[in-house]
Ligand binder design. Structure first.
Ligand code: NAD
Ligand code: TYD
Length: 354
Protein backbone atom coordinates (compact mmCIF):
# COMPACT_ATOMS: atom_id res chain seq x y z
CA UNK A 1 0.00 0.00 0.00
CA UNK A 2 2.27 2.71 -1.26
CA UNK A 3 0.11 4.80 -3.55
CA UNK A 4 -3.46 5.04 -2.48
CA UNK A 5 -6.54 6.54 -4.12
CA UNK A 6 -9.17 7.60 -1.58
CA UNK A 7 -12.48 8.77 -3.03
CA UNK A 8 -14.81 11.01 -1.01
CA UNK A 9 -11.96 12.02 1.28
CA UNK A 10 -13.48 15.44 1.98
CA UNK A 11 -16.51 13.85 3.64
CA UNK A 12 -16.97 12.59 7.18
CA UNK A 13 -15.39 9.11 7.20
CA UNK A 14 -13.05 9.76 4.27
CA UNK A 15 -11.42 12.75 5.98
CA UNK A 16 -11.06 10.81 9.23
CA UNK A 17 -9.48 7.97 7.23
CA UNK A 18 -6.99 10.35 5.57
CA UNK A 19 -5.94 11.73 8.97
CA UNK A 20 -5.65 8.19 10.32
CA UNK A 21 -3.45 7.01 7.42
CA UNK A 22 -1.18 10.05 7.31
CA UNK A 23 -0.74 9.98 11.09
CA UNK A 24 -0.18 6.27 11.60
CA UNK A 25 0.89 4.59 8.32
CA UNK A 26 4.30 5.83 7.14
CA UNK A 27 4.39 3.06 4.51
CA UNK A 28 1.83 5.02 2.46
CA UNK A 29 4.02 7.22 0.27
CA UNK A 30 1.27 9.07 -1.56
CA UNK A 31 -2.44 9.43 -0.87
CA UNK A 32 -4.61 11.07 -3.53
CA UNK A 33 -8.07 12.27 -2.50
CA UNK A 34 -10.60 12.39 -5.36
CA UNK A 35 -13.70 14.32 -4.30
CA UNK A 36 -16.36 16.29 -6.14
CA UNK A 37 -16.95 18.57 -3.14
CA UNK A 38 -20.71 18.20 -3.12
CA UNK A 39 -22.63 19.83 -0.27
CA UNK A 40 -21.17 17.06 1.96
CA UNK A 41 -17.51 17.55 1.06
CA UNK A 42 -15.48 20.14 2.93
CA UNK A 43 -11.74 20.75 2.48
CA UNK A 44 -11.77 22.44 5.89
CA UNK A 45 -11.76 18.86 7.28
CA UNK A 46 -8.29 18.41 5.75
CA UNK A 47 -6.78 21.84 6.43
CA UNK A 48 -4.06 20.38 8.70
CA UNK A 49 -2.77 17.97 6.00
CA UNK A 50 -3.11 20.09 2.87
CA UNK A 51 0.62 20.90 2.71
CA UNK A 52 1.71 17.35 3.61
CA UNK A 53 3.95 16.17 0.72
CA UNK A 54 2.34 12.69 0.96
CA UNK A 55 -1.13 14.15 0.26
CA UNK A 56 -2.76 15.44 -2.96
CA UNK A 57 -6.28 16.65 -3.62
CA UNK A 58 -7.98 16.18 -7.00
CA UNK A 59 -11.41 17.67 -7.51
CA UNK A 60 -13.47 15.42 -9.74
CA UNK A 61 -16.54 13.27 -10.19
CA UNK A 62 -16.26 9.49 -9.86
CA UNK A 63 -18.82 9.26 -12.71
CA UNK A 64 -16.46 11.14 -15.04
CA UNK A 65 -14.69 8.27 -16.81
CA UNK A 66 -12.08 10.47 -18.47
CA UNK A 67 -11.13 12.25 -15.25
CA UNK A 68 -10.88 8.96 -13.34
CA UNK A 69 -8.76 7.35 -16.07
CA UNK A 70 -6.44 10.37 -16.20
CA UNK A 71 -5.86 10.03 -12.48
CA UNK A 72 -5.00 6.34 -12.84
CA UNK A 73 -2.64 7.27 -15.73
CA UNK A 74 -0.91 9.93 -13.67
CA UNK A 75 -0.43 7.90 -10.47
CA UNK A 76 0.43 4.22 -10.15
CA UNK A 77 -2.25 3.43 -7.57
CA UNK A 78 -1.90 0.07 -5.89
CA UNK A 79 -4.85 0.61 -3.53
CA UNK A 80 -8.30 2.15 -3.94
CA UNK A 81 -10.52 2.91 -0.94
CA UNK A 82 -13.89 4.00 -2.24
CA UNK A 83 -15.90 6.17 0.17
CA UNK A 84 -17.43 8.69 -2.26
CA UNK A 85 -21.21 8.44 -2.23
CA UNK A 86 -24.46 10.21 -1.61
CA UNK A 87 -25.14 9.11 1.96
CA UNK A 88 -28.19 10.69 3.57
CA UNK A 89 -31.33 8.52 3.67
CA UNK A 90 -33.72 11.50 3.98
CA UNK A 91 -32.25 13.14 0.87
CA UNK A 92 -32.51 9.83 -1.03
CA UNK A 93 -36.25 9.78 -0.34
CA UNK A 94 -36.66 13.21 -1.93
CA UNK A 95 -34.10 12.88 -4.75
CA UNK A 96 -33.19 9.24 -5.50
CA UNK A 97 -31.62 9.71 -8.92
CA UNK A 98 -28.26 11.15 -7.89
CA UNK A 99 -27.92 8.26 -5.41
CA UNK A 100 -28.18 5.75 -8.23
CA UNK A 101 -25.79 7.55 -10.57
CA UNK A 102 -23.12 8.38 -7.99
CA UNK A 103 -23.31 5.22 -5.91
CA UNK A 104 -23.81 2.61 -8.64
CA UNK A 105 -22.42 4.10 -11.88
CA UNK A 106 -19.61 5.89 -10.00
CA UNK A 107 -18.53 2.57 -8.47
CA UNK A 108 -18.54 0.86 -11.87
CA UNK A 109 -16.43 3.67 -13.38
CA UNK A 110 -13.81 3.29 -10.66
CA UNK A 111 -13.77 -0.49 -10.99
CA UNK A 112 -13.28 -0.19 -14.76
CA UNK A 113 -10.32 2.17 -14.36
CA UNK A 114 -8.72 -0.04 -11.69
CA UNK A 115 -9.26 -3.16 -13.83
CA UNK A 116 -7.71 -1.55 -16.91
CA UNK A 117 -4.65 -0.38 -14.97
CA UNK A 118 -4.14 -3.43 -12.82
CA UNK A 119 -4.69 -6.33 -15.23
CA UNK A 120 -1.43 -7.80 -16.43
CA UNK A 121 -2.97 -8.52 -19.88
CA UNK A 122 -5.41 -5.63 -20.23
CA UNK A 123 -6.84 -6.62 -23.63
CA UNK A 124 -7.49 -10.23 -22.74
CA UNK A 125 -11.03 -10.67 -21.40
CA UNK A 126 -10.27 -14.19 -20.18
CA UNK A 127 -7.23 -13.19 -18.13
CA UNK A 128 -7.80 -12.96 -14.38
CA UNK A 129 -4.23 -11.96 -13.52
CA UNK A 130 -3.54 -8.69 -11.73
CA UNK A 131 -0.38 -6.85 -10.71
CA UNK A 132 0.85 -8.08 -7.32
CA UNK A 133 -0.36 -6.29 -4.21
CA UNK A 134 -3.22 -4.29 -5.76
CA UNK A 135 -6.51 -4.04 -3.87
CA UNK A 136 -9.89 -2.28 -4.29
CA UNK A 137 -11.98 -1.75 -1.16
CA UNK A 138 -15.65 -0.82 -1.36
CA UNK A 139 -16.88 1.00 1.74
CA UNK A 140 -20.44 -0.19 2.14
CA UNK A 141 -23.02 -0.13 4.89
CA UNK A 142 -25.09 -2.46 7.07
CA UNK A 143 -28.18 -0.73 5.63
CA UNK A 144 -27.97 -3.01 2.57
CA UNK A 145 -29.31 -5.85 4.76
CA UNK A 146 -32.57 -4.00 5.50
CA UNK A 147 -34.16 -3.96 8.95
CA UNK A 148 -34.06 -6.43 11.86
CA UNK A 149 -36.78 -7.28 14.34
CA UNK A 150 -36.06 -7.35 18.06
CA UNK A 151 -33.56 -10.20 17.77
CA UNK A 152 -30.81 -11.36 15.44
CA UNK A 153 -27.85 -9.61 13.83
CA UNK A 154 -26.59 -9.02 10.31
CA UNK A 155 -24.03 -11.58 9.16
CA UNK A 156 -22.11 -11.39 5.88
CA UNK A 157 -24.42 -14.16 4.60
CA UNK A 158 -27.65 -12.29 5.44
CA UNK A 159 -29.59 -11.72 2.19
CA UNK A 160 -29.60 -8.11 1.01
CA UNK A 161 -33.00 -6.41 1.42
CA UNK A 162 -32.48 -2.64 1.17
CA UNK A 163 -35.47 -0.42 2.02
CA UNK A 164 -34.45 3.14 1.09
CA UNK A 165 -33.17 4.50 -2.22
CA UNK A 166 -29.86 5.13 -0.42
CA UNK A 167 -29.46 1.53 0.77
CA UNK A 168 -30.72 0.19 -2.58
CA UNK A 169 -28.01 2.17 -4.37
CA UNK A 170 -25.34 0.90 -1.96
CA UNK A 171 -26.58 -2.68 -2.42
CA UNK A 172 -26.49 -2.16 -6.21
CA UNK A 173 -22.87 -1.03 -5.92
CA UNK A 174 -22.01 -4.07 -3.77
CA UNK A 175 -23.45 -6.34 -6.46
CA UNK A 176 -21.36 -4.61 -9.13
CA UNK A 177 -18.24 -5.17 -7.01
CA UNK A 178 -19.22 -8.82 -6.59
CA UNK A 179 -19.69 -9.19 -10.35
CA UNK A 180 -16.23 -7.72 -11.03
CA UNK A 181 -14.81 -10.31 -8.65
CA UNK A 182 -16.72 -13.23 -10.17
CA UNK A 183 -16.37 -12.20 -13.83
CA UNK A 184 -12.94 -10.58 -13.96
CA UNK A 185 -11.30 -11.99 -10.82
CA UNK A 186 -10.58 -8.53 -9.43
CA UNK A 187 -8.90 -8.32 -6.01
CA UNK A 188 -11.74 -6.61 -4.14
CA UNK A 189 -13.16 -6.39 -0.65
CA UNK A 190 -16.40 -4.99 0.69
CA UNK A 191 -16.79 -3.69 4.24
CA UNK A 192 -20.29 -3.17 5.67
CA UNK A 193 -20.16 -0.95 8.69
CA UNK A 194 -22.84 0.18 11.12
CA UNK A 195 -23.59 3.86 11.92
CA UNK A 196 -20.48 5.96 12.56
CA UNK A 197 -20.13 8.98 14.83
CA UNK A 198 -17.24 11.36 15.48
CA UNK A 199 -15.65 14.63 14.30
CA UNK A 200 -16.46 16.16 10.89
CA UNK A 201 -19.86 14.50 10.47
CA UNK A 202 -22.23 16.66 8.45
CA UNK A 203 -24.90 18.11 10.78
CA UNK A 204 -27.81 16.55 8.86
CA UNK A 205 -27.02 13.21 10.58
CA UNK A 206 -28.52 12.34 13.97
CA UNK A 207 -25.67 12.98 16.43
CA UNK A 208 -24.19 16.26 15.09
CA UNK A 209 -27.69 17.59 14.32
CA UNK A 210 -28.87 16.96 17.88
CA UNK A 211 -25.70 18.45 19.40
CA UNK A 212 -26.06 21.59 17.27
CA UNK A 213 -29.75 22.06 18.04
CA UNK A 214 -29.23 21.46 21.77
CA UNK A 215 -26.42 24.04 21.88
CA UNK A 216 -28.78 26.54 20.24
CA UNK A 217 -31.72 25.60 22.53
CA UNK A 218 -33.71 24.56 19.47
CA UNK A 219 -36.13 21.60 19.22
CA UNK A 220 -34.53 18.18 18.70
CA UNK A 221 -36.60 16.45 15.94
CA UNK A 222 -37.00 12.75 16.84
CA UNK A 223 -38.67 10.67 14.11
CA UNK A 224 -41.71 8.68 15.27
CA UNK A 225 -41.38 7.10 18.71
CA UNK A 226 -37.55 7.39 18.70
CA UNK A 227 -37.18 3.69 19.55
CA UNK A 228 -35.36 2.80 16.32
CA UNK A 229 -32.05 1.12 17.10
CA UNK A 230 -28.67 1.77 15.48
CA UNK A 231 -25.35 0.03 16.26
CA UNK A 232 -22.94 2.95 16.77
CA UNK A 233 -19.20 2.82 16.06
CA UNK A 234 -16.61 5.56 16.61
CA UNK A 235 -15.30 6.65 13.21
CA UNK A 236 -11.64 6.03 14.09
CA UNK A 237 -12.49 2.37 14.80
CA UNK A 238 -14.08 2.12 11.34
CA UNK A 239 -10.88 3.57 9.81
CA UNK A 240 -8.78 0.97 11.65
CA UNK A 241 -11.12 -1.79 10.45
CA UNK A 242 -10.72 -0.68 6.82
CA UNK A 243 -6.96 -0.70 7.23
CA UNK A 244 -7.10 -4.19 8.75
CA UNK A 245 -9.09 -5.48 5.77
CA UNK A 246 -6.63 -3.90 3.32
CA UNK A 247 -3.76 -5.55 5.14
CA UNK A 248 -5.18 -8.95 6.01
CA UNK A 249 -8.51 -9.43 4.20
CA UNK A 250 -8.78 -12.34 1.80
CA UNK A 251 -9.50 -11.17 -1.79
CA UNK A 252 -13.19 -11.27 -2.66
CA UNK A 253 -14.35 -11.35 0.97
CA UNK A 254 -16.99 -9.20 2.63
CA UNK A 255 -16.47 -8.06 6.23
CA UNK A 256 -19.13 -6.63 8.54
CA UNK A 257 -17.84 -3.93 10.89
CA UNK A 258 -19.52 -3.01 14.16
CA UNK A 259 -18.82 -2.65 17.86
CA UNK A 260 -21.81 -4.38 19.52
CA UNK A 261 -23.17 -1.05 20.62
CA UNK A 262 -26.91 -0.90 20.02
CA UNK A 263 -28.75 2.22 21.17
CA UNK A 264 -32.24 3.57 20.60
CA UNK A 265 -32.32 7.05 19.06
CA UNK A 266 -34.08 8.49 22.12
CA UNK A 267 -31.33 7.17 24.38
CA UNK A 268 -28.71 8.97 22.27
CA UNK A 269 -30.72 12.20 22.23
CA UNK A 270 -31.23 12.11 26.01
CA UNK A 271 -27.53 11.43 26.57
CA UNK A 272 -26.57 14.45 24.44
CA UNK A 273 -28.98 16.67 26.37
CA UNK A 274 -27.60 15.41 29.68
CA UNK A 275 -23.98 15.96 28.64
CA UNK A 276 -24.77 19.50 27.49
CA UNK A 277 -26.89 20.33 30.55
CA UNK A 278 -30.02 20.94 28.45
CA UNK A 279 -33.65 19.99 29.32
CA UNK A 280 -35.50 17.02 27.79
CA UNK A 281 -38.32 19.42 26.96
CA UNK A 282 -36.30 20.26 23.83
CA UNK A 283 -37.22 16.83 22.40
CA UNK A 284 -39.89 17.10 19.72
CA UNK A 285 -41.42 13.98 18.17
CA UNK A 286 -41.98 14.63 14.45
CA UNK A 287 -43.45 12.55 11.62
CA UNK A 288 -41.60 9.30 11.03
CA UNK A 289 -39.32 8.74 8.03
CA UNK A 290 -41.13 6.69 5.31
CA UNK A 291 -39.79 3.12 5.19
CA UNK A 292 -37.82 3.77 8.41
CA UNK A 293 -35.67 0.75 9.30
CA UNK A 294 -36.44 -0.27 12.88
CA UNK A 295 -33.22 -1.89 13.97
CA UNK A 296 -29.68 -2.51 12.71
CA UNK A 297 -27.14 -4.72 14.51
CA UNK A 298 -23.87 -6.16 13.25
CA UNK A 299 -22.44 -9.58 13.97
CA UNK A 300 -18.71 -8.80 13.86
CA UNK A 301 -17.48 -12.38 14.42
CA UNK A 302 -15.78 -12.66 11.02
CA UNK A 303 -13.58 -9.55 11.22
CA UNK A 304 -12.75 -10.07 14.90
CA UNK A 305 -11.88 -13.77 14.70
CA UNK A 306 -10.35 -13.96 11.21
CA UNK A 307 -8.55 -10.61 11.06
CA UNK A 308 -8.13 -9.71 14.75
CA UNK A 309 -9.78 -6.25 14.51
CA UNK A 310 -11.50 -4.94 17.63
CA UNK A 311 -12.96 -1.53 18.44
CA UNK A 312 -10.58 0.49 20.60
CA UNK A 313 -13.12 3.07 21.81
CA UNK A 314 -15.95 2.45 24.26
CA UNK A 315 -19.16 4.31 23.46
CA UNK A 316 -18.75 6.29 26.68
CA UNK A 317 -15.33 7.62 25.62
CA UNK A 318 -16.20 8.02 21.93
CA UNK A 319 -19.36 10.01 22.52
CA UNK A 320 -17.72 12.20 25.20
CA UNK A 321 -14.85 12.94 22.80
CA UNK A 322 -17.32 13.64 19.97
CA UNK A 323 -19.43 16.05 22.00
CA UNK A 324 -16.25 17.82 23.15
CA UNK A 325 -15.09 18.13 19.51
CA UNK A 326 -18.36 19.76 18.41
CA UNK A 327 -18.21 22.10 21.43
CA UNK A 328 -14.63 23.12 20.63
CA UNK A 329 -15.30 23.47 16.90
CA UNK A 330 -18.62 25.30 16.86
CA UNK A 331 -17.49 27.51 13.97
CA UNK A 332 -17.14 24.33 11.83
CA UNK A 333 -20.86 23.57 12.20
CA UNK A 334 -21.80 27.28 12.03
CA UNK A 335 -20.16 27.63 8.64
CA UNK A 336 -22.12 24.67 7.29
CA UNK A 337 -25.50 25.65 8.68
CA UNK A 338 -25.09 29.17 7.35
CA UNK A 339 -24.59 27.88 3.79
CA UNK A 340 -26.67 25.90 1.30
CA UNK A 341 -27.65 23.45 4.04
CA UNK A 342 -30.11 26.10 5.31
CA UNK A 343 -32.57 25.52 2.47
CA UNK A 344 -32.40 21.72 2.92
CA UNK A 345 -33.17 22.08 6.63
CA UNK A 346 -36.09 24.40 5.95
CA UNK A 347 -37.57 21.95 3.43
CA UNK A 348 -36.99 18.96 5.71
CA UNK A 349 -38.15 20.28 9.09
CA UNK A 350 -40.25 23.30 8.09
CA UNK A 351 -38.19 25.80 10.09
CA UNK A 352 -34.77 27.46 9.82
CA UNK A 353 -31.50 25.70 10.75
CA UNK A 354 -30.59 28.44 13.23
P1 NAD B 1 -20.35 11.96 3.47
O1 NAD B 1 -21.68 12.24 2.87
O2 NAD B 1 -19.92 12.70 4.69
O3 NAD B 1 -19.20 12.23 2.36
C1 NAD B 1 -19.33 11.80 1.04
C2 NAD B 1 -18.19 12.43 0.24
O4 NAD B 1 -18.29 11.95 -1.12
C3 NAD B 1 -18.24 13.97 0.17
O5 NAD B 1 -16.96 14.49 0.41
C4 NAD B 1 -18.69 14.25 -1.26
O6 NAD B 1 -18.21 15.48 -1.77
C5 NAD B 1 -18.12 13.06 -2.00
N1 NAD B 1 -18.85 12.77 -3.25
C6 NAD B 1 -20.20 12.65 -3.41
N2 NAD B 1 -20.49 12.41 -4.71
C7 NAD B 1 -19.31 12.35 -5.38
C8 NAD B 1 -18.96 12.10 -6.73
N3 NAD B 1 -19.89 11.90 -7.67
N4 NAD B 1 -17.64 12.10 -7.07
C9 NAD B 1 -16.68 12.32 -6.13
N5 NAD B 1 -16.96 12.58 -4.83
C10 NAD B 1 -18.26 12.58 -4.46
O7 NAD B 1 -20.29 10.40 3.68
P2 NAD B 1 -19.70 9.52 4.89
O8 NAD B 1 -20.68 9.48 5.98
O9 NAD B 1 -18.31 9.93 5.13
O10 NAD B 1 -19.71 8.07 4.20
C11 NAD B 1 -18.61 7.61 3.41
C12 NAD B 1 -18.88 6.21 2.90
O11 NAD B 1 -19.10 5.33 4.01
C13 NAD B 1 -20.15 6.12 2.04
O12 NAD B 1 -19.89 5.24 0.96
C14 NAD B 1 -21.20 5.54 2.99
O13 NAD B 1 -22.17 4.80 2.28
C15 NAD B 1 -20.34 4.66 3.86
N6 NAD B 1 -20.86 4.44 5.24
C16 NAD B 1 -21.20 5.50 6.03
C17 NAD B 1 -21.64 5.28 7.34
C18 NAD B 1 -21.99 6.43 8.26
O14 NAD B 1 -22.46 6.19 9.36
N7 NAD B 1 -21.75 7.68 7.89
C19 NAD B 1 -21.73 3.97 7.82
C20 NAD B 1 -21.36 2.90 6.98
C21 NAD B 1 -20.92 3.16 5.70
P1 TYD C 1 -29.09 9.09 10.39
O1 TYD C 1 -28.00 9.77 11.16
O2 TYD C 1 -29.74 9.82 9.27
O3 TYD C 1 -28.48 7.69 9.90
P2 TYD C 1 -29.23 6.42 9.19
O4 TYD C 1 -30.58 6.81 8.78
O5 TYD C 1 -28.34 6.18 8.01
O6 TYD C 1 -29.21 5.33 10.21
O7 TYD C 1 -30.23 8.65 11.39
C1 TYD C 1 -29.96 7.81 12.50
C2 TYD C 1 -31.28 7.52 13.18
O8 TYD C 1 -31.80 8.74 13.74
C3 TYD C 1 -32.35 7.01 12.23
O9 TYD C 1 -33.15 6.04 12.91
C4 TYD C 1 -33.20 8.24 11.93
C5 TYD C 1 -33.09 9.05 13.22
N1 TYD C 1 -33.19 10.51 13.06
C6 TYD C 1 -34.12 11.25 13.80
O10 TYD C 1 -34.88 10.69 14.61
N2 TYD C 1 -34.18 12.60 13.62
C7 TYD C 1 -33.38 13.26 12.73
O11 TYD C 1 -33.50 14.51 12.58
C8 TYD C 1 -32.41 12.49 11.99
C9 TYD C 1 -31.50 13.17 11.00
C10 TYD C 1 -32.35 11.13 12.19
Amino acid sequence: MKTMLVTGGAGFIGSNFIHYVLETKPEVELLVNLDLLTYAGDLENLRSVESDPRYRFARGDIRDRKAVEELFDRYEFDTVVHFAAETHVDRSIVEPEVFLTTNVVGTQTLLDAAKAHWKTEPDNKYSREYKPGVRYLQVSTDEVYGALGRTGKFRETTPLAPNSPYSASKAGADFVVRAYRETYGMPVNVTRCSNNYGPYQFPEKLIPLMIHNALEDRPLPVYGDGMQVRDWLYVRDHCAAIWTVLEKGAPGEIYNVGGNNERANLEIVRLILRELGKPESLIEHVADRPGHDRRYAIDNTKITTELGWRPAYTFKDGIAQTIRWYLENREWTERIVSGAYRSYYERMYGRSAG
